[in-house]
Ligand binder design. Sequence first.
Ligand code: ZN
Length: 400
Amino acid sequence: MLLMFADDVVLISDTITGLQNQLNILHKYSEYSSLEVNLDKTNIVVFRRGGRLARNEKWFLNGQPITTLSTYKYLGVVFSSTFKMRNCITDLALRGKRALMEVISNLNGIGIIDPSVYLKIFDAQIQPILLYGAEIWGMHRFYEIEKVHLIACKRFLNVSPQTPTAIVYGECGRYPLYINALCKTLKYWVKVIHMHEDRIPLKVYKMQVYYDNCGYKTYASYIREILFAHGFGYVWMSQTVGDAALFLSRFKTVAINIFLQSWNSTLNNSSRYHMYREFKSLLTPEKYLSCILDKKFRNILTKFRCGLLRLKYNEGRWLNVEVAERSCPLCNLGVEDEYHFIFTCTEYNALRLKYLPCIYQKQPNYYKFKSLLSTNNETTLRNLCKYIYHAYKSRTIKLQ
Ligand SMILES: [Zn+2]
């Protein structure tokens, strides 16, 4: 058994002497064809459940010992002796983060860029690094991979690393990368089941299905679980998908819908989002991110929307103070939350007259609050930023 790709050769054996015999044949062949095996790049990995190597687990090429390692990077994927993907994922996340930092430092100085451009750069340059080899590991969710995605979004929003994930996805209109990883796995599975029966991947897959039927957990077991969890159990039963492109697009839609349900329930089931859920219902990128080009105005609106401004309500949440004790330090007419700050605090009456459209100045209610914070009108958004910026500045000065 051997795998060949370009100038790489992988010898595979399940016995010690079997591998040594293969190495002897390789040596004979390389002598015959005047090719040289680079021993610096040649290593052995003994795949096993754990434990040390036995004394006789040593191999030689033309009398020279070959180093045995516990991990080896083959075609960009780190394989570990226990077949755990952890090392591979750590390596991908590290490389992805490095590439992200390079992109961010290249973009520095350009000023504010459109979220669609920034996220397109992420999807074209960073995501392929992060999801490399997801065909074989995409059925598992790895936080390290998602973390790089979240760093990219948080850097773009210019918010602290502690900002809740649901809000970060919400503002940028992003889905977690595991959905794309899952789709890559399924796409590869579709490719394998349609292969000619002589192909090794199909033979390996059939072997895995056999072991899955015997009760062992294999790659095929994960595929089965994913298909059933997404309502495609019948596809597993028939082991065929019909129109592959249509199946994959349907699968992706279902995976996104499942995520949207959990995103919505996160917003609805925690008091952290009591204000955010008032104005955010669709997972689409926010208009203000592309039309407010002044950094100080855009940042203050982001912080306001994410519940990161130091209003008494948010401060009380960080310090665990009773809601009743979070009243406005300026007017003392109720809890100082985002709604109070925009609509009812008497300290900002003049600013309100100057910046907010007339409709928002009389008879304020939560419906109007939602409408103002989810508006796509550029002028309203610009004035809202100015209102928040100046009101917050005067608040800071008065409380000094
Ligand atoms: Zn007030």
